[in-house]
Design a protein around this ligand. Structure first.
Ligand code: FPP
Length: 241
């Protein structure tokens, strides 16, 4: 991969809700898992496009805390896909300079998958070209609840005073504590909702809801969205001087 070349005013952190795999498969009269497999292939193209677009941080929503409500076949298929993805992509991601992190609650994940996640995080921990964060069993509300639990424990055990809790303190307890907030959140497949993704972190993000189904998403479309982002007037609540 070429080195990161920050395009002026382009997004530094892009977060993606990869939606539409099921409909993509259905349109081809194939099982839903076929769509998820095609979706997993798209992730590589998008990661590889990041340095050229000046994207330093990419966060993708792979499995939500609500996705357990899907059929047992689909959930098992997705978990199997995540395991295979990690095994298959570890060498490529490591050599390409990608640092991988996982966010979300690991308690419901099986131990084999957790081991693979730990191994991939460790193998890529010294990389810095692109920071890829995969949200797996992630929900924004669940993340805030888990963070609050840890924060409350620190208060109860005297490490933190309640009067010191502010907007700077809480993010230090979130799964994303080492990441900047997303500048741009993209959702594919025509749905215009955020589905519990990065609730705290996306308070001032720009949003793009596009019709493309995730398995059809390309680096060219990402580039178009980055350019459009560059034309936006981000005020963060202020009035221009
Ligand atoms: C939403 O589409 C997609 C998911 C719940 C899974 C996302 C997973 C991948 C893209 C593949 C694996 C990713 C990685 C990082 C290995 P949907 O099933 O809700 O689609 P639908 O709305 O058309 O039914």
């Amino acid at each position: 991969m070429p080195d990161t070349a920050q395009t002026p005013k382009g997004p530094r952190h892009v977060a993606i809700i990869m939606d539409g795999n099921g409909r993509w498969a259905q349109a081809r009269k194939r099982p839903r898992l076929f769509g998820h497999q095609a979706g997993a292939k798209r992730v590589r193209e998008v990661v590889e496009a990041c340095p050229g677009l000046g994207i330093k941080y990419l966060t993708v929503f792979a499995f939500s805390t609500e996705n357990w409500k899907r059929t047992q076949v689909e959930v098992a298929g997705l978990m199997n896909l995540f395991r295979r993805y990690i095994v298959k992509e570890t060498r490529n991601l490591t050599q390409a300079g990608v640092r991988v992190r996982f966010i979300g609650d690991r308690v419901r994940l099986d131990s084999k998958l957790i081991d693979l996640m730990d191994t991939l995080e460790a193998a890529t921990q010294h990389n810095d070209l692109v920071h890829l964060t995969i949200a797996l069993n992630y929900g924004g509300r669940d993340e805030v609840a888990r963070a609050t639990k840890r924060l409350a424990r620190d208060v109860a055990e005297g490490r933190l005073r309640p009067e010191d809790v502010d907007e700077e303190t809480l993010p230090k307890y979130l799964d994303t504590r080492v990441l900047p907030d997303p500048d741009l959140v993209i959702r594919t497949s025509g749905e215009a909702r955020i589905s519990n993704f990065l609730l705290w972190q996306s308070a001032y993000s720009e949003y793009e809801f596009i019709d493309t189904l995730w398995p059809d998403f390309t680096s060219a479309e990402l580039e178009r969205l980055c350019r459009s982002f560059g034309r936006r007037d981000r005020r963060f609540g202020a009035v221009p001087a």
